[in-house]
Write a protein that binds this ligand. Structure first.
Ligand SMILES: [Fe+2]
Length: 260
């Protein structure tokens, strides 16, 4: 039982250079800090944190610098991956409190972070070289593995955001299907919680730490009813994963104009 490792997945923070700055009415820095504090308070035994991309919306060094300072205060290993709203080079330069696009070993588990950032595009691409590298790494080590990527390699049922998904998602799925020790795929990007059965594993998405998107909507729509949140995962020694999504209604969202 003590061999279980607990991780937190926080994603789509959309931070800005200006810590007081707002995006779509959200005080994004305060929202991120509130979600992180809530998560660590609820799960003080957390072993590691995964940041699922779209970390700094304006791709500013100042935004990553501030995020790095916050991560350092958690005193936990952090795996960070880039989203479409990120600068992977700035992340690697500035986030020295995190492992960026590499792997993290936790007990008997391995977490692998993939970069799906495609410069100038909303959709994602891992690329054949990175997929080849992934295949080699999975073949070389059969530890239970959790793959972390910003763009989910599966559709969530919202046509508008599924259209800006992972271009080589089928190729990634084919790699994962050849390695049954990959137990899960953890993704962000869609600002909503979901769970999917893949070939030999499960796939999850996690709510953003700021605004939410409406599940099942064919066109862009915010979801004003669901607060920001995060995902907790327990990685069991026998390779099973238990996971729960938590919402943080105390996070201050934009003021809504009354329509009644
Ligand atoms: Fe994204």
């Amino acid at each position: 039982m003590d061999d279980t490792r607990q991780i937190l997945h926080l994603t789509d923070c959309h931070l800005l250079a200006d810590r007081e700055g707002k995006l779509h009415g959200w005080s994004v820095a305060a929202a991120f800090e509130c979600v992180l504090a809530h998560a660590l308070d609820r799960y003080p035994e957390t072993d590691a944190i995964v940041l699922g991309g779209d970390l700094v919306d304006d791709e500013s060094d100042a935004g990553y610098h501030w995020l790095n300072d916050v991560l350092a205060t958690t005193a936990r290993p952090v795996l960070a991956i880039a989203g479409n709203h990120d600068d992977p080079q700035a992340m690697a330069r500035r986030l020295d409190s995190a492992v960026v696009h590499d792997q993290l070993c936790l007990g008997g588990w391995r977490l692998i972070g993939l970069c799906s950032h495609r410069p100038g595009h909303e959709d994602g691409l891992i690329g054949s070289a990175a997929l080849h590298d992934l295949e080699a790494r999975l073949a070389a080590d059969r530890s239970p593995t959790l793959v972390c990527v910003h763009h989910p390699p599966f559709a969530v049922g919202s046509a508008w955001i599924d259209a800006m998904g992972l271009n080589d998602g089928p190729a990634l799925r084919a790699v994962l299907a050849r390695h049954a020790h990959v137990r899960g795929v953890l993704a962000g990007h869609v600002h909503q919680a979901s769970q999917h059965r893949l070939e030999h594993s499960l796939g999850w998405t996690t709510p953003a730490t700021m605004r939410q998107f409406l599940p099942g909507s064919p066109d862009f729509a915010e979801d004003p009813t669901r607060p920001p949140g995060y995902r907790w995962l327990a990685l069991e020694a026998d390779g099973r994963i238990t996971t729960t999504v938590h919402r943080c209604p105390m996070v201050q969202g934009p003021e809504r104009r009354g329509t009644d």
